[in-house]
Design a protein around this ligand. Sequence first.
Ligand SMILES: [Zn+2]
Length: 333
Amino acid sequence: MSPTDCHLAPEAKRDEEIWFEDGNIIIVAGDTAFRLYKGILSAASLVFKDLFSVPQPEDGETMDNCPVIRLPDPATDLRHFFRAVTKPDFSHLRHDYKPAFGMLAAVCRIGHKYQADEVVDAAAARIENFFARWPSTAATIISKNRGRMPLTWELFWWAHNRLCLTAVEIQDAFEAVGLARLLGRPSILPFALYLCCAGDPLHMRDGVPRPDGAVSRLSSEDYLRCIQAIPKLRAACSDKIRSVLARSMTASVLSDCTNGGQCAEVFEMMHRDFIEEKYVPVVTDLFASIRFLRTKPVAYTTYYLCLCSKCVLRLDVIEYGGEAAFLTKVFEL
Ligand SMILES: [Zn+2]
């Protein structure tokens, strides 16, 4: 390449992945240059279509005889977006394709800004599926186990990632809240806000850094929603425990007690002490059966060894605070 062919700032380097040798437009973000095709970008994005319809100035920046356009977006986000619209690797055709949340979010952010509606719809639907489908995952685990296996938060989270075929970390919820607002997809909000409450409290205050250096932060309004919701989520968890203990006391339920029904008295003492106890569960305990609570009530640890092997399993009954409507109400959405 002769010096006259290239007027690109020397700090910009060719991207190793998004560089098509016969591409007809070069897009520079920070110190990264992408070489792509105008036609493909125009088909995906209204903003790029408009941009390319304007004749480029003759003395504009060029490289390899290609016009150069500079964008202010992070190169990492643009790479995800360009990969999605120009370079399918067919992984999405595999039955176990499990995209990472960060990739889907970057495609949504850039796609929304450049009005690439179809690719945004596809990525946002994947995110929406994860955040709106939690009651279905809970129901699936319970029905498959038929009460034989206790539920833990870790089991729920693993199963939910697996059933939704999306790789999400709890702290991704902060960005999901922002995307729900940006894209007008409110069904993402209840579970995303719940996860914000379930994670590191400092993230609620300070936000979560993204790879591009930006920080995903709750708005003051959503921060307040979370702060006000945490006591309600804990109360729902306590109600669940109380309800399981109360039901376990009844003789009809104790028909298979190997202590001749005497476990009813043990449940009664557990229930009585639990009501007196100032028990503070963690937020994710909403998804755990009593034996697998993160912090166990003293009433449970005091008496559970007195229960027979049949009756102790009664404590694995799961009672949720309900379906999606429960979280919608808790967060006052
Ligand atoms: Zn028993």
